[in-house]
Write a protein that binds this ligand. Sequence first.
Ligand SMILES: [Zn+2]
Length: 596
Amino acid sequence: MALLQDTRKLAQLLLKDRKIDRSGFDQIMTRLTEKSKTVTGKQGHYSKAVEQNGADVIRFISGLNIRSAGRKNKVVGEDEIVKSVAAHFKLPYKKLDPLDLDINVVTRTIPKPFALKHMIVPLSEQDGVLNVALIDPESHEAVDGIARVTGKKINTILASPDDIQRIINEFFGFRSSVSKAEEQISGPHIDLGNLEQLNRIKRPDQIQSNDEHIKNAVDYLFNSALELRASDIHVEPKREVSLVRFRIDGLLHEVYKVPKGIHQAIVSRIKMLSRLNIAEKRLPQDGRIRLEYEDGSSEIRVSTMPIAFGEKLVMRVLRQEMLLRDMESLGFFPEDLIKLERSLHKPHGIVLVTGPTGSGKTTTLYSALGLLANSEKNIVTVEDPIETICPDFNQVAVQPSIGVTFSSSIRTILRQDPDIIMIGEIRDYETAENAIQAALTGHLVLSTLHTNDTTSTITRLLDLGVKPYQINSSVVSIIAQRLVRIVCADCAVETKYSKKKLASLGVKIDRSEVALKEGKGCQECRFTGYKGRTGIYEALEMDDTVRRMIQEGQSVISIRKHALKHGMTTIRDDLVRKMLKGVTTLSEVLRVGSGF
Ligand SMILES: [Zn+2]
């Protein structure tokens, strides 16, 4: 019997390859016997397990979570099993990355039912050779079928059942929705007897965005963005097509090309979901969509902008579990975390988080509020716009067009008996004054400012017109932050650097030599060498000396000198510290740290 139709044979291969040990093998055999008994019992007349395909056999073994023989804290998953199978048949194994595939090759070669039945997907084409991913190299029927239909030579690649299933769902789902919608819009099947169809042609805009296929395509779009951990989705009309790009760990990747005819329908659907004015196409608009799914929820912040070839959409994906995190998981070094938590537990005062846009300030603020939230505290936020809806907070959105500004909102909130107030951003004197007033009347206030570091925040407040005594009586601490990319754990290698070499790059260390990590690129990190991002921080706690220096009008430079002498570590120090710990790389230090 073929290898992937026989669980025992496959288990023997894994044992031979030292993927599992003897007890793992016995575990598989025991469960196999149990399983065939159940099958026999149910069906009554089967002497052994019903016929299965390769995907079932692989999933059966990986579903048992057998401990890996080589790496004790890992279990043998689909990928490990498929790697063994690939080596056995001397075929290449590939971890499928949706961002690498050509949607036209994937979906136009074979129909979805065929792909699903045989668990096979064409990936790309090169010089007349079609690269096809499948699970069972001994199931020739499917490969022969594709070769016959396309007339092309087939290059077989093995991939895991999960990967193949995901590609089929994602690509065929999106593609078929888009092409069905395209058919309807260009209208080759007009039934003149059907009034509804006529209506469609008369009022394409309105009908299109409600079209079932467009709805599906947009759903698929959001699903794949979540699956790929995208932070932003861009839908950009070009002259011929519309491009869909995802930002993942800070970099943009092109994911789909959508026919130009569909662009406006997709934009309208998204505008409708975010309650924007669909008819208004000449002015920029902002809105939001709430997505609920099985294990959580996300908020999509939508902004539209008219450009030369139509309306461009940029959507920011805000995952609640990403915004509201454990303070420890934000990347604070223990001493900075202690400083921050000490400030957060003060009964009143202002805690400021500063940095440019996209430096993770909001995550820090939300997580801090999450830490403070309990049923005895009334937490109120004023935001522009509300980043994500949290049931634990009372959130107010600023709407300057109807006169609801930061400062008018704070005045209203103060009459609502709050304990903790979060102000999205301090941009003007009025808001600053209201924040100070709130702090002086017994509230803890958290807010952000657009400044580079902790000490320049003091200058910024003075520039806004805040008096030194106002700062001194309210501000308890200032946190400045940035984000850096985290080295991919799957492909990191160490390189030794001497103190001299690093000094020549402007990086000071106290040892004569260090080993630094750098990702060499792998499937897991899409060959970027990085996976995820973490914060780097500088925390300034206001002490009596700092207050006196502000009062005396001393320069920011001398305040900074004092803070550094008393143990403040700078963003750059934190960055170098994270590089030495192997969290991030020298290249990130040179890239992010050049501004300090
Ligand atoms: Zn990697």
